[in-house]
Design a protein around this ligand. Sequence first.
Ligand SMILES: Cc1ncc(COP(=O)(O)O)c(C=O)c1O
Length: 390
Amino acid sequence: MAQGWTQRAQDIESFKVMDLLKRASELGAAGQDVVHLGAGEPDFGAAPQVIERAKQLLDTQPLTYTAAGGIQPLREAIALFHRQRYGQAISADQVLVTAGASAGLMLAFALIAEQGTNFLMADPAYPCNRQFLRLVEAGAKLIAVDHRHNYQLTAEMVEKHWDQDTSGVLIASPANPTGAVLDAAELERIAAVVNARGGTLVVDEIYHGLTYGVETPSAVQIDSDAIVINSFSKYFGMTGWRLGWLVSSKEAVAEMEKMAQNLFISPPTLSQYAALAAFDKDALALFEERRLELQARRDLLLSGLLELGFKVPRVPEGAFYIYADASELTADSFAWCWALLEQAKVVATPGADFGANHAERYVRFAYTTSKDRIREALSRIRQFIEDQSE
Ligand SMILES: Cc1ncc(COP(=O)(O)O)c(C=O)c1O
């Protein structure tokens, strides 16, 4: 540690899977054929319409800064998309365009997580939220969840764990790493508890649009003061374009825009203009085809994992992850994932990346690669398990 570095910086933890991914790319560079079930990004990429628009823009636009809250046409397009998807009219000034969901989450916590307070969230969960909270001198209060409540918080849990320092609740639905979708009625009950206690509900809806057989209302339909986080990364396949948005009350959005002016100046200009094409009819039809493809991949991977001895008590209904209980196969999923990479050249993410709740039992598999590659991964995992039991 260098002298003068803050406690804050030291407290922020690394993404453990990064070491695993680094090793995977070393193996790849050495000519090994590595199958990736680790990455939280589909292999599809941006829609061709978006790419074409970006090419034209590079030739014709100076690409200067924009308003901190995003260009007006994009705010309007997102408001319209919200209305089409959920049937709820919202105005463009309830939308803030951000540099991915990541910047949206940071702005939301900067707005509502007062120093010394805590935020309730599920364990397992997307790990970066804990670090955003640490950055604003607040903390996460993790609540262990399991299949009995579909890996999501319940209103009862929120009530039980709320204390005098709690400033709000974070929900992600569909969730990373479990793919679990929170039941709409339970979301309403949670919102009622949070409001009764004077807190704020933040809902990460980054995997909205990627659900298989279930509907997901947006939390702002239930609670107009909620802060809803969304992104072009997942459903729209634009991870590297670093573009997302949030929806909340006009007042909250204006306050977060003020912070965004200082922190980021503006979201990426090229991405903003190009993203307008993501709402074209043909692009939306393509995303629907991709959703169906992801559902087929989920079914393939899920049945394969169950045959191999993993336990997945609830079928994951969204996102592109299966959080599998590997306790029949190993007592240490972290070591197991490393051995799987070294011996079978398959990347999967150990539970340790997502919290402390029986993390050693779990492995997250992402079905972000083709069905052929998933079949290949399953046959390698089968061989790996057989070799291990010899
Ligand atoms: C639940 C969740 N929230 C937020 C993010 C960050 O997404 P973005 O690329 O939009 O910053 C991710 C990325 O994997 C995620 O899984």
